[in-house]
Design a protein around this ligand. Structure first.
Ligand code: ADP
Ligand code: MG
Length: 323
């Protein structure tokens, strides 16, 4: 289901949490809101879910207006055809796995074949046979799978995720990320995923929406956001950036090289500050003459204190908007 957000904004105690915002979630796409803590991601997600009321604006889901400040429309959460998965899983502790997943189906309109739908949803997340367990008898990963099964069992038009993996340890987080991503894609779900983790955002999304201080700075595919950031904050928040001029032009570390590839290349004298072997190559921090500290990846070890010559090709330089 497509979702269109226009002019939606929210303040708490007169402090803006989200400035007027427009955003479209395309049908069948995986969109991620990425930004540091406090930038307004959860506030936006909760307004889509009907858990928070916008001060202004309009939200259209499919062909139904679910919120309009001007027309005084505010469709309640359970009628918005959404699934939700949160960081703390929000499972009912006194209910079994079966009851947790069935709960959403009973609350919604789809009361037929509940047993079959629960079995199917638990099968998808590989939890068959766990129906009678209680949440405390499950691992963190299993609890998150139950939360996911509960959200998708109702076949929502849009599934909303709010930092669903941040309570899990690093290894499990990566495993669950891959598992959830393929389930969402296999089911053809429209998803909105909130995270402050750029690696998650880059690896899962069709579209990344980078936010800072209550506003959207840039939207685009992971490739576009990484290779053509239009704003200094975006450039610094995603990946590593080397600045040629403060806040105006930068180059990614993989485009800083030993070798001159053309006559147009810019040459710099650099002093090696630190060397870290990262497998296959070395990440080095260098003091670039007149430019500050840069990061580069080299294919052989250099010594700390050594002077090296490094090149960048002018077409690899990203220029920020409005500069
Ligand atoms: P994020 O999810 O990106 O970390 P939030 O949307 O939770 O950010 O918060 C955005 C801003 O709004 C923060 O400054 C936060 O303190 C504030 N905020 C969020 N919810 C409330 C609330 N219920 N009452 C007051 N301030 C809130
Ligand atoms: Mg949040």
């Amino acid at each position: 289901m497509k979702m269109e957000i226009s002019g939606v904004q929210k303040s708490f105690n007169r402090t803006p949490a989200l400035l007027p915002t427009d955003l479209t979630l395309q049908h069948g796409q995986f969109t991620t809101l990425l930004g540091p803590s406090g930038c307004g991601k959860t506030t936006l997600l909760r307004m889509l879910a009907g858990l928070e009321q916008p001060d202004a604006g309009e939200i259209v889901a499919g062909d139904q207006c679910i919120f309009s400040a001007a027309k005084r429309i505010d469709v309640p959460t359970h009628k918005r055809n959404l699934g939700m998965v949160f960081q703390d899983f929000a499972l009912w502790p006194h209910m079994t796995v079966y009851e947790n997943v069935a709960f959403g189906l009973r609350a919604g309109k789809q009361k037929a074949n509940i047993r079959q739908k629960v079995t199917e949803a638990l099968g998808m997340v590989r939890l068959q046979g766990m129906e009678d367990r209680y949440p405390h008898q499950l691992s963190g990963g299993q609890q998150q799978r139950v939360a996911f099964a509960r959200a998708v069992a109702v076949r929502p038009g849009v599934i909303l995720f709010d930092e669903p993996l941040s309570a899990l340890d690093a290894v499990l987080r990566e495993e669950m990320r891959i598992e959830m991503m393929s389930l969402v894609r296999d089911m053809g779900l429209t998803a909105l995923y909130v995270t402050h983790d750029q690696v998650e955002a880059m690896s899962m999304s069709d579209e990344i929406v980078v936010m800072e201080k209550g506003r959207i700075l840039q939207k685009g595919s992971p490739e576009t956001i990484y290779s053509s950031p239009s704003d200094p904050f975006v450039a610094s928040f995603i990946g590593k950036s080397n600045w040629l001029t403060p806040n105006q032009s930068m180059v990614r570390p993989e485009h800083v090289t030993w070798n001159r590839t053309s006559h147009d290349d810019l040459r710099y004298q650099a002093t090696v500050l630190s060397v870290s072997y990262i497998g296959e190559r070395y990440e080095i921090r260098v003091q670039m003459e007149g430019l500050g500290i840069w990061t580069a990846y080299l294919d052989r070890r250099v010594r700390v204190g050594e002077q090296v010559q490094l090149y960048i090709s002018p077409e690899r330089i990203c220029r920020m908007n409005g500069q």
